[in-house]
Structures are given as C-alpha cells and as structure tokens.
Design a protein around this ligand. Structure first.
Ligand code: BDP
Length: 677
C-alpha cells in the first residue's frame, strides 16, 4: 500500500502534459558497470518508471541512440565538473552532444549513481521538466547515520511504530524483504550508515559479535551494502566479562585489549566492510571505563586500536551523566555533564574514534539549549545525535514535524571561531578539519505497515536524511518534496499537509512544557503531562517550581555555572535575563511568575495563553486534515485522523494539568478569565 511505500510511492502519472513532454527520456536505461550498488540503482529506476508510466524501460550497454538515461561512474561522457565531486556526490545532466541527447546520472563512485537515481525519480515525482537538467550534489556530511534502538526480543526502546523489523524472539527476522525496503527508504535520502541494535545492550545482544549471530548480521549487512549503507553494532563495554572470557573489562589490561583485537578479527572475517562499534558506556547504569578508574579516552581508544587494522571506527556516545544524583543538591547540574566529562579529553582520542553528541545537553526535549560541546572540541572527531523517534515530542501519536527544530540547531552560531561558526559547519568537519564527522539519529520506524505509526511521522525520517545531506536546504524545500512524493501533486493536499507540518512543532511546544524548562512528563514512558513527575527524583531533570517562581538557574552569577560552557557571545546572552531568549528563559533562569517576557506578557500569563492556544491549534490541525477526506486513500487518511483525535484529547490533558498546577502554585488568575480547574 501507499502507507507502506512512503515517499517511494510511484503513482501512475495522470494528466498527459508532463508525460507527453518527458516520456521520451524514460524508455531506455544504459548501465555502464555492474556492481551490486549499480544494480540497485538500475532496479529502482526500472521499477519506478514502470509504475509511473506503465512502460518498462529497456536496458542497454551503450548510449546508441538519443533519449536515454545513462548510469555511469566514468569520466568519458561529456559531464563537466566531475572533479568537484566527493565520494558520494553526483551530477545529473541532460547532455545534448552532436549526434545524440541523453541524461547522464554520473557519480564518482557507484554510490553517487544510486543517490543520483533516487534524485532523478524525485524530479519525476515533482514533475520537473527533464530537457535541461544540470544538477550537482555533494553531501555536506560524511557520516549520515541512523541508530536503531531495537532489542532482540523484538521490542524497541522508545519505539512507537510496532516491533522491530530486525529481530523477533531473540533471533533475527526471516523477513529480509522488509529490511531491504527499509534500506531503500534510507538510501533514497542519502543515509549511509546504520547501527541495528539498541545502545543499551542486554545479555542477548551482547552476543551479536559472536559466531552465534555474526552470520545473521552479515546477511543484514549485505542488504544494506547493496544500498550503499554500512552496518554497525552497538556493543556492551563489558563484553569480555559478559561473554565469559575474562574477569575484567579494564581498558588498560593487556588481556582485555587482546580480547577486543581478536573479536574485531572475528567480526571482519565475516563482514569485511563492517562499520564499527557504537558505545554507550558509563551512562544510565551501563558498564564503562569508570569502573576501573579509567576515562573515556582510555575506553574508546582501546576499541579503536582493535578496529583500526580493518578500517573500523568507534562511535562513542557523550550521553554520560550521573543518573543517581541527589536532587536536593542544586549544584549538580545534569546539563553540565557531557562538557565536563569530554572537554578535558579533547585531543586524546585516536583518529578512528568519533564522539557522538546529543543536540542538547539534557535529552531531546521539545526545546532545550544546544550542546556547548559543539565548538568546544577542536581536536576530536564528532557527530551530532538527533532523535527522530518522538520520545519527548508526542510519541508519534501527536504530529510534531522536527525539521524546523533541527534547522534551528544546525544554524545556531557557536562563535567557536568567531561569528559565523554554526553547528552545521562544525559537525560537517569543515571548521576544525576533522577526519571523520557527520550526523546520526535515533530511528522512528517499526513493523507497523506505515513504518512510523503516524503516517505523517514519515516526514521526519525523510527530512532527517535530506537535511543532513544538505543542511542548507530550507524546511520548505524538504517538506515540499516529501509531500509531493508521498501524496502527489494535488495543490489542496500539498497546501494543507505542508501547513500542518510546519505548524506542528510550535503547537506541541505550546501545550507541553513552557519556555525551555522541559520534562514535566510521566516518568519512564515519557508520554503525557506530569509536572512533578521527575521533580523529586535522582535523574537531574528539574523545574524548581514553587509558589513564587519557576526555572533552573544555570547562570554563573547565582546558579550552576553552566552558561560558562559556551563561547563568550552565547555565554553572555544566556547569562543575562535581559538578553536570554524567551523560549529558553526557564532553561537558564529561575524567575518569578510575574516576570515579564520580551513578548510583553508575564511568565504565568504566557503559560496560560500557550496552553489554551495549543489546544485550539491542535483542533485546527484536525480541521485541516478533514478537508482532505476523499483526496487521500482511506488507510492513510484514517490513520492521521485517528491520531489527531488522540492528540487533541492529550493536549487538553496537558492544558488542564499544567494550567491548574501553576494556578494553584502561584494563585495568580488568568487575565482572560478562562476556566482553570
Ligand atoms: C533517553 C531515553 C533512554 C535512552 C537514552 C540514551 O529515555 O531510553 O537509552 O536516552 O540515549 O532519551 O541512551
């Protein structure tokens, strides 16, 4: 169904105009070399063109007549600017030479040709005229990665779209077709790396790097390889002990080092192009080097040495903080943790270690500050981590389009090398000339027929891939592509869905936790409102609301000193109440409810206003969607309609609980006298 096909829905082209003008190009495909990746490119083109035009293109080995599509990595085909391509780059060009015209999809490597093919299909989906194409693309980021948080029992940590497509009953799935379709979706937006199991590695997944499971991993890796995607595994730092071989996992112990070297050999014997290990260590009760009084450089470098001979890398996560802290001690600030742990180690990591840094210092909140580690690490490979799965942003029951959020983050100026050092230029490796760099994100898919639970949540996966390929793309461009590829070109459909997507993040922010303070969710599953859910617990996630005010004082002057982790311009901006932006006010400051925001209203009135508005806006989303009844197939229509109902109900709960809580705490009336319980 179309729900399943997602943006690779290739509907038959109706309305003769476009087809009449362009069909001539689509009848023959010339393939110059025959790697597996090249075959994937060819198959994608053949199948899609067939579906869209009802004609199966013929295949040829050489450009003989006019009007053909040429797939090639070779330079001898009149295409200019091939030298400007990087490994994954490509050129799409309509070439009119003396005796013939053809469209060349040229890559420096076969990967580029595959990406070019998907791009070409997108041009057809969006009805672009093919007569004079001249497109050159190089991905900005080298690693463009997806992290599955899948467990081998089939469950998915923070998964909201069914069970794992990789594992069931502590085994690998036998449904390899579905994995292939996932590879197609990922590759079509340029994703080139995947880790297939949860960063929290339990007993059974610890065995993924043993003979018991490596042959299965190899099968999956082959599927992904054919779509130019490298496979990684999350490993258990304590594997040498857990797998029963050693009594320690001390990174400086010779036996431990040897053990990992042997292990790496085992893995690469079976999967010669294996990507490497993703590691969550010393975080939320996971084992790590701290047990042995070693630091994270010791831990990651040991693994890096083992992988180095095979070209593998260690992706070491910076999500390290004390999750057992004393909440009464207001000095321990979880937001400080990643910087405090990793900044002092800058320069000590091997050059096949990559640190993976979450976008914010807390944990994927609807709004939080950006991690001050970006810009602070000048001699360390790094990738940024986003969360596509909507753990804190409505769990795919609510509509929350995250591209605008990610854009803001990527555009944020760190001032690391003076003005004009945005995060996107740090994580693409250009600012500090990192050898390895890029972006990763936690996936939002499962085995639901539509992959993402909420049909429109597919846009987050699509947009993630497109944005990290080219962070300079605008939200509008990305949304436009996705909506048209997924739902077709009916202007009413395009307009309504585009507007819904663009409005959705601010709407979600409105009715949930205000002004950057975050949290206020139910503990454990993190769905729905619970203002004090985490307030008196050990996790380090507080709002400090009392009868007078709310917010976390992270200033140097009177708080945790977190603001000092930024470069001066940003440190000053956040430190001062006057210049701290409204949307992050409570992330950085504790203020009275009567404090006036830059918007002119008081904090308490802002809370009331946004919570009332948010619900109205959620209702508005539903009204927009209902206009599309009959214009979209039932499966997709009903899916979204049902979820919007659920969203509205839950938004009302948020509104009522948040407003009541703060009304009772503060005793201050709503200026507009709306009902608060
Ligand atoms: C948090 C999740 C938790 C993850 C953790 C992580 O609540 O399930 O294990 O992040 O990133 O967002 O390691």
């Amino acid at each position: 169904t179309e729900a399943y096909k997602g943006w690779l829905t290739y509907k038959k082209i109706t309305g003769a105009n476009w087809l009449n003008e362009n069909n001539k190009w689509l009848r023959t495909i010339v393939v110059k070399d025959h790697s597996e990746v090249m075959k994937s490119a060819k198959n994608e083109l053949v199948n899609a063109i067939c579906e869209m035009t009802d004609e199966e293109p013929t295949l040829a080995n050489a450009v003989e007549s006019s009007y053909q599509i040429l797939l090639t990595t070779s330079k001898d085909n009149n295409v200019e600017s091939l030298d400007e391509l990087n490994e994954d780059g490509y050129v799409i060009q309509t070439i009119h030479s003396n005796d013939r015209s053809y469209i060349s999809l040229t890559g420096k490597t076969d990967k580029g040709v595959l990406y070019a093919s998907f791009h070409f299909l997108r041009l057809i989906q969006t009805r672009t005229n093919l007569d004079n194409l001249n497109i050159k693309e190089n991905p900005a980021n080298q690693y463009r990665m997806i992290n599955q948080w899948d467990n081998m029992d089939g469950s998915i940590e923070r998964g909201y779209a069914g069970e794992s497509i990789f594992f069931e009953n502590n085994k690998f799935t036998t449904n390899l077709e579905r994995i292939k379709d996932y590879a197609r979706l990922l590759s079509s937006v340029g994703i080139n790396a995947i880790s297939i199991n949860n960063v929290n590695v339990h007993a059974v997944e610890t065995k993924l790097i043993t003979d018991e499971f490596l042959p299965d991993v190899a099968k999956v890796a082959e599927i992904f390889r054919n779509y130019a995607i490298k496979t990684f595994l999350s490993i258990n730092y304590a594997s040498p002990m857990q797998l029963g071989d050693l009594k320690t996992a001390d990174p400086l112990n010779e036996d431990v080092r040897q053990w990992w070297k042997e292990k790496a050999k085992d893995v690469y014997r079976v999967i010669p192009d294996f990507g490497g290990f993703v590691v969550k260590a010393d975080s939320e009760h996971r084992p790590g080097p701290f047990t042995y009084d070693r630091n994270h450089a010791d831990g990651s470098n040991m693994l890096a040495e083992a992988l180095e001979p095979f070209g593998g890398v260690v992706i070491w996560r910076c999500f390290v903080y004390n999750c057992m802290q004393d909440w009464r001690d207001r000095k321990t600030d979880r937001a400080r943790a990643a910087y405090d742990h990793f900044k002092p180690l800058d320069g000590q990591f091997h050059d096949n270690v990559i640190l993976q840094i979450k976008n914010g210092p807390m944990d994927f909140q609807v709004r939080e500050a950006n991690s001050p580690l970006f810009g602070a690490l000048t001699e360390t490979n790094q990738i940024l981590e986003f969360q596509v799965t909507q753990e804190y942003t409505g769990q795919q029951r609510h509509l929350c389009y995250l591209i605008p959020q990610w854009k803001e983050i990527l555009e944020f100026d760190t001032f690391a090398k003076g003005q004009g050092t945005p995060i996107k230029r740090i994580v693409d490796g250009s600012t500090f000339e990192n050898k390895l760099s890029g972006i990763a994100a936690v996936s939002n898919i499962g085995n639901d027929n539509n992959w993402t639970g909420h049909q429109l949540a597919q846009a987050n996966l699509y947009g993630y891939g497109r944005l990290i390929w080219n962070p300079d793309l605008s939200t509008e461009e990305i949304t436009g592509e996705w909506v048209r590829a997924t739902f077709g070109n009916d202007p009413e459909v395009v307009e309504q869905i585009t507007t819904m997507l663009h409005d959705s993040w601010p709407i979600y922010e409105n009715y949930t936790s205000p002004l950057g303070v975050g949290w206020m969710v139910n503990p454990n599953h993190h769905y729905g409102p619970n203002v004090d859910g985490y307030e008196y617990s050990v996790w380090g996630t507080y709002h400090f609301a009392d009868w007078q005010g709310i917010g976390v004082d992270r200033t140097v002057k009177s708080g945790t000193g977190y603001t000092a982790q930024y470069f001066k311009e940003n440190a000053d901006m956040y430190e001062s109440l006057d210049s701290c932006p409204d949307e992050l006010l409570l992330f950085f400051h504790h203020v009275p409810y009567t404090h006036k925001l830059k918007s002119g209203v008081t904090v308490i009135q802002h809370i009331y206003n946004t919570h009332f508005e948010g619900v109205e806006q959620a209702i508005g989303l539903n009204e927009r969607w209902s206009k599309l009844k009959g214009k979209i197939d039932e499966e997709r229509y009903d899916n979204v309609a049902n979820r919007l109902e659920v969203q509205i109900e839950n938004a009302k709960q948020w509104r009522d609980i948040i407003n009541t809580y703060f009304f009772r705490k503060s005793g201050i009336n709503d200026e507009k006298n709306r009902t608060i319980y």
